[in-house]
Write a protein that binds this ligand. Structure first.
Ligand code: NAG
Ligand code: NAG
Ligand code: NAG
Length: 401
């Protein structure tokens, strides 16, 4: 997907290609309808069996109770929502999702899960591959899909993607609505208290390592894998707008890949933010691409010690030009995996890294740099985009403002 240098010259092509998205009202209406029916049935039940005298007041409180379900049992707090369709708007959802249990010991056996969050236009063409990837690891992952409103997924009930779409909204490429969608994914995933790690991928990502390796790697790392680096030049510091002061200074400005992995604490932090959000919404618009700056900058200011400063996804810029390499079916050979990707790693001095995911189809290759043993020393702040940038553009220190 969209990254870095490629964005500047390629806006029109990319816009036509990937975004914008239309609306998704029908399903909302259906949910309301279903809820309405549910509520009236419960009301009728209550009136009939409990013989509640004041119908007006009871039916009103029933509007609240059916959603909460046995509020007094622990079970209702720890069970993941049975249905991802809810009627909360973003304000309500983010508020709810940013609630934190400060007590460290859980009064139940909590198996931490990885939430895989798919930010997609519509269909997931690589779903069969992901199905294989998840097979046999039930209970260790959960899936959330944000696709264009109006897109109706048709996964069979046996699929891991069945009913995993969240209430979604229009996304415009390079705009704040992109970050809104990412925050919406995080917030929905936060509602399941067992989700401990959150991975954002696109429909064109594929995993390069099996589930066990990825789970082990992520769960053993002290860091969250958010790309964050200080790039001098027009595509880095050049996108900074001094109106962001005092919340964000030029020295604090960071850039990184849109695709990330964060732990629960960082996810909450991203969802609760109201300080940085307006600054980025108002002062980072194309040719400033907010999805490459908002989270990396905010987290580098607030929680820098928790970041590995590199992402687990990777796009191949080595072929040159404004866009990362597109991989077709002729590219996908054993050699491609064993030579090409490993060789790239070695060339760029990342011998300890094992690739984890490749983006294919028509967009890019993305790869996680997973090490075989979870112990992450986290000293690399390498970023491929930076390297490719260095090759193609002469040093440029003064920001455009
Ligand atoms: C969500 O609903 C609340 C209550 O009606 C309202 O105050 C808030 O502005 C709404 N938020 C959005 C994003 O529409
Ligand atoms: C996952 O991959 C690792 C490393 O390639 C391998 O050692 C392990 O056996 C694999 N696990 C499964 C369940 O296939
Ligand atoms: C990531 O960068 C921040 C500064 O932005 C630094 O404090 C932190 O130690 C870096 N993380 C690693 C793993 O080096």
């Amino acid at each position: 997907m969209a990254l870095e240098n490629g964005k500047d010259p390629g806006i029109t092509i990319r816009m036509a290609h990937y975004r914008p998205l239309p609306l998704r009202l029908l399903q909302f209406c259906l949910v309301f309808l279903a809820l309405g029916i549910g509520v009236s049935m419960v009301s009728m039940y209550t009136i009939r069996y409990l013989k509640v005298p004041n119908v007006g007041i009871t039916s009103r409180s029933n509007v609240i109770f059916p959603c909460i379900e046995e509020r007094d049992s622990l079970e209702s707090w720890i069970r993941p929502p049975s249905n991802l369709w809810h009627k909360m708007n973003d304000t309500e959802l983010f508020w709810r999702a940013s609630a934190v249990h400060l007590r460290k010991q859980y009064p139940f056996k909590r198996v931490p899960k990885i939430a895989f969050m798919f930010l997609a236009k519509g269909p997931l063409p690589l779903a069969p591959l992901w199905e294989k990837f998840f097979e046999g690891h039930e209970g260790l992952y959960s899936i959330y899909v944000h696709s264009l409103p109006g897109y109706v997924p048709d996964f069979p009930s046996a699929s891991v993607f069945y009913r995993r779409n969240i209430p979604s909204q229009k996304v415009e490429w390079g705009m704040m609505s992109m970050c809104d969608a990412e925050r919406r994914l995080l917030a929905n995933a936060l509602l399941d208290v067992s989700n401990e790690w959150f991975i954002l991928v696109s429909e064109s990502c594929i995993p390069l390592q099996n589930f066990s390796v990825i789970y082990h790697y992520i769960s053993k790392s002290r860091y969250s894998f958010m790309g964050a680096f200080d790039e001098l030049g027009p595509y880095g510091r050049g996108r900074y707008n001094p109106n962001m002061q005092p919340e964000v200074t030029l020295e604090q400005w960071r850039k990184g890949s849109q695709w990330f992995e964060v732990n629960r604490w960082l996810a909450v932090y991203i969802v609760q933010d109201t300080i940085y959000y307006p600054k980025f919404r108002d002062f980072c618009q194309p040719a400033c691409y907010v999805d490459e700056h908002y989270f990396p900058t905010m987290l580098s200011i607030q929680l820098p010690k928790l970041l590995a400063n590199r992402t687990l996804t990777w796009a191949d810029w080595s072929r040159g030009g404004a866009h990362p390499a597109t991989f077709g079916k002729n590219d996908i050979t054993e050699d491609f995996f064993s030579l090409n990707i490993y060789k790239l790693d070695l060339t760029e001095q990342l011998p300890r890294h094992i690739p984890h995911s490749v983006e294919t189809s028509s967009i890019t290759v993305a790869k996680g740099s997973l090490k075989s043993h979870g112990a992450d020393k986290g000293h690399e702040s390498y970023d491929r985009n930076r390297a490719s940038y260095k090759k193609s553009v002469p040093s440029y220190h003064k920001p455009v403002s």
